[in-house]
Design a protein around this ligand. Structure first.
Ligand SMILES: Nc1ncnc2c1ncn2[C@@H]1O[C@H](COP(=O)(O)OP(=O)(O)OP(=O)(O)O)[C@@H](O)[C@H]1O
Ligand SMILES: [Mg+2]
Length: 359
């Protein structure tokens, strides 16, 4: 990536400042000791001069007081340097992000997405990551029927998450087109597109804020009752009620105080509150205990009801609920159909099913 001037300038400043800073940190105690000796020596010498009557005691004390008063501001001047380099180091990190080129641009002039059945269509789509050696998605054409559950299955690296990420336009495909209810997704405004999509990913991102605010993030003007209803449907209400301050409990960054299943249910509650017609779900691979597993499954059931759902399935229970299963391998679609059709027609599916779904 092309480097930008602001971050280069900051980097240069920071490097120099760090060098100065290091010297300064080491020098500080030596300077303090020397200053101490100097003042002691000065008072001793002044004492001799006073006893010889060469300077008046009043003059000496005025000078001493002035020197003491000036000492602190002069010292602060020396530490300003340290503050500057601390700020520059922080700035360097921030500028790196600000300087990044925005590849997916929102154009307000584009029309809003009009939702009907929320059918999703991939037409000959190819995509390669910037750092990828080969295409993660190779000329894929699929139909995801509206208001139904479609499951994506396949070995690790088959391109399942990539398919999911292309729908809200986190990445732009190099070839082919993606349609949502016959509207090309890059011909409608990005906001209107993302408003219609809820993404429940494998790694739930939670903020260092209260449970309530973490859920409300999906709909900032939601009422307390709306948040509670969403949590009930997501089977999250019972554990939230047991937290010390219930909905107002602060959950640390990445919610270290919550279990995997609890985090997932918060993320599902968020999606329920958003009430979008399209659900993209990357099912967690980590195994949950039987009790949480059932609760998460119920929550997912409530979330996906009457909505277009595209789920990356790792569990048999999800596979069983799916109306259609798409089997992927190395960026291609191998086959699609129902669970029983695929079991009959595809050796690949049978072996994957036996290996992955049996746990
Ligand atoms: N950010 C990225 N940069 C470069 N290559 C990537 C990136 N993300 C994924 N890939 C590559 O693209 C291919 C498809 O990855 P993808 O994440 O879609 O697989 P997946 O089917 O979701 O796998 P898993 O089941 O392990 O989640 C892989 O070869 C992967 O190494
Ligand atoms: Mg994945």
């Amino acid at each position: 990536m092309k480097k930008n001037r602001s971050s280069d300038a900051i980097k240069h400043l920071t490097d120099t400042q760090i060098k100065i800073g290091k010297v300064q940190i080491r020098a500080a105690p030596i300077m303090e000791t020397l200053t101490g000796f100097m003042i002691a020596g000065f008072i001793y010498y002044a004492g001799i001069l006073i006893s010889q009557g060469e300077i008046g005691i009043n003059n000496f004390f005025s000078f001493l007081a002035a020197m003491m008063l000036a000492y602190q501001p002069v010292r602060s001047l020396a530490t300003v340097n340290m503050l500057i380099y601390q700020g520059a180091a922080a700035g360097q990190r921030v500028f790196k992000i600000i300087d990044r080129e925005i590849k997916i641009k929102d154009d307000n002039k584009l029309p809003s997405l009009q939702i009907d059945k929320s059918n999703i269509k991939f037409d000959n789509v190819s995509f390669q990551y910037e750092t990828g050696k080969e295409r993660a998605i190779k000329n894929i054409s699929i139909d995801i029927e509206g208001e139904k559950i479609t499951a994506l299955v396949g070995h690790s690296g088959a391109g399942k998450s990539t398919i999911l990420n292309l729908i809200p336009r986190f990445y732009e495909p190099q070839g082919g087109k993606i349609y949502l209810d016959s509207q090309e997704i890059n011909k409608v405004s990005l906001k209107s597109l993302r408003d219609k999509i809820s993404l429940v990913s494998q790694d739930v991102i939670l903020f260092d804020d209260s449970v309530e605010n973490n859920i409300k993030y999906a709909k900032l003007d939601a009422t307390e009752q709306e948040v509670k209803n969403a949590c009930k449907l997501a089977a999250a209400d019972e554990f939230i009620d047991k937290l010390p301050n219930k909905y107002k409990t602060l959950i640390g960054e990445n919610a270290i105080r919550l279990s995997g299943g609890q985090k997932q249910r918060i993320s599902i509650a968020r999606a329920i509150l958003k009430n979008s017609p399209i659900i993209l779900l990357d099912e967690a691979t980590s195994s949950l205990d039987a009790d949480s597993e059932e609760k998460v499954q119920n929550a997912i059931f409530n979330l996906t009801k009457n909505r277009t759902t595209l789920v990356i399935a790792h569990r048999l229970s999800t596979i069983n609920k799916a109306d259609k299963i798409i089997l992927m391998k190395d960026g291609n679609v191998l086959k699609h159909g129902t669970h029983s059709e695929l079991l009959k027609n595809s050796k690949e599916y049978e072996s994957l099913y036996k290996k992955q779904m049996m746990h």
